[in-house]
Design a protein around this ligand. Sequence first.
Ligand code: OOG
Ligand code: MG
Length: 260
Amino acid sequence: MTVMNVKSLAIHLNQAEYEKREVTSIQAEHPEMTVGDAYKIQEELVGLKLQEGHRIIGPKMGLTSRAKMKQMNVEEPIYGYVFDYMVVPDKTLYLNELIHPKVEAEIAFILGKDIEGPNVTIEQVIEATEYVAPALEIIDSRYKDFKFTLPDVIADNASSSKVFMGSTFKRPQELELDLVGVTLSINGEIKELGASAAVLGHPAESLVLLARMLSRKGLKLKAGQVILTGGITGAVMLSDGDVVQAKWDGLGSIEFTVKK
Ligand code: OOG
Ligand code: MG
């Protein structure tokens, strides 16, 4: 894939996000696109957003649980970036700002120290983590019908769209971090449930893997970043009027309403 292709595809995906417009699979038009090309497109897209004045909250991991891999038909964890403008300040999600949003329950890590290198351990991740907190991620793939290949979804910033942060912050040592039960309900009915071990056996493992992936590019996880570790269960499609509530054992709950 040429440098020109990489630049124009990043602009294409960025515009699709801002115009809330579905696009066709890039892979379908560029069968040659590799995972490496896709991360180059993502990097370019992140650069565009930074130029526009947006700030990175942190990188995020995606497709870290079997439930997510199965649902999306993609077999490999990926990363993307969450920006300041994606954080929802109140308790309402507006559909007119989105294409076809889904919600997923996650555990966020807030770092007190940098994490760097290909061989960090879970213990080092926990030691570098100031707090863990619950988060509901809203993913909104820019691709038609939410269908994509692995390179497609990487190029599209791992479907990043919005985030609701919870208000319960715990020190990582205060919880059995792999045994956090979670339920995700819509209009009072449980749609998905699971335990945090669904994320690579332990959600801190998600940061181990992220640090490894970033280290290949000479990058690291930085103190102050808020890092989403990936959906514990499958994601749930949202419609007008939905009242969404998720509960995490030991980490409180998050609730929001979906409006047109
Ligand atoms: C890709 C993003 C996945 C997660 O937590 O697994 C993700 C997608 O499913 O569209 O954010
Ligand atoms: Mg996610």
